[in-house]
Design a protein around this ligand. Sequence first.
Ligand SMILES: Nc1nc2c(ncn2[C@@H]2O[C@H](COP(=O)(O)OP(=O)(O)OP(=O)(O)O)[C@@H](O)[C@H]2O)c(=O)[nH]1
Ligand SMILES: [Mg+2]
Ligand SMILES: [Zn+2]
Length: 330
Amino acid sequence: MSTSFNTEELAAAPAPRNRTVQGLVFRSTGRWVHVKAGKEIVRARVRGRFRLRSQGHTNPVAVGDKVSLQIGTDGTGMITEIHPRTNIVSRRAAGRRVGKEQILISNVDVVWIVQSVTLPCPNAGLIDRVLVAVEAQGIQGGIALNKMDLGAGAMLDEARILCSRYEQLGYPVMQVSALTGAGIRAFGTMLKDKIGILTGPSGVGKSMMINALDPSLTLRTARVSTKTHKGRHTTAHTELYWLKGGGAIADTPGIREFGVLDVEPWELSHHFREFRRFVHDCRYAACTHDHEPQCKVKAAREAGLISKERYCSYINILDSIHAGDADVGR
Ligand SMILES: Nc1nc2c(ncn2[C@@H]2O[C@H](COP(=O)(O)OP(=O)(O)OP(=O)(O)O)[C@@H](O)[C@H]2O)c(=O)[nH]1
Ligand SMILES: [Mg+2]
Ligand SMILES: [Zn+2]
């Protein structure tokens, strides 16, 4: 588009009233969403009809959505269309809105599950729950282990065992310290030219990692309680930050639990990638690899081809799906 204007043309042009533009939702704070449309940043509202249409979701428009919006004379926008999503990462909403799904992000290339070596210590059950959601959507998943500077002795050994378990499964694992900057450059390289999200419990250092990736950012962080080893749920909304090296990463509020949604008991094993090569050889086609005889998954577990920890996570998630209570975090 030409940037120089002929003054006569300008005088003849109608005043820009309602314009329709396309953009990307990069921040969502409930009622308002913030959209990046070219170089313009627009604060926009969501039409009631989207709320009606998405009864299963607490947030009809999510960070990552590509949208059309109409900009009014006051400069604020109204979302008129949500373009088809390639994927969504969602979880069951907690509290009052139980039963509803909360979309964490859409159109994402990679989901980084953040854990810390300590304060709080790693939660393998939560990692596996998020990985099930990620596999079900066909998205790339990875693990970022933060606070490596705090690791020592047995604690560090345990953290390394955890890392190698996921590395062996083919998931990228990044060991970093947002405090010292160790591993941050390598992590930045992994994020290049992709839309990513950091998710994980409160206090593991998601916001501080983004500050380390781009020192010009000053996201709010808060100390973890030394008594309970729990974070303080400092980040309250999801927001995408563009990185200088290309690509963008979303910071999200810490998760207390992660509900596995819309997965039937018989299909759960397909979302545990190392189970897949065994599941078709079980005696029963609908085998849940729990109590059934002649189960090849259990045989693989006994032969050490499937780890005890992953099988245990599988059974825990299976139980919670059976109980219709998939929110339990561990
Ligand atoms: N020692 C050490 N402390 C860290 C590191 N990364 C973060 N922290 C500290 O951990 C605390 C929590 O960090 P945040 O970035 O607020 O954690 P968060 O995951 O964003 O937490 P929520 O926003 O509550 O979900 C802060 O006191 C940070 O200073 C690290 O690599 N090493
Ligand atoms: Mg935070
Ligand atoms: Zn089986």
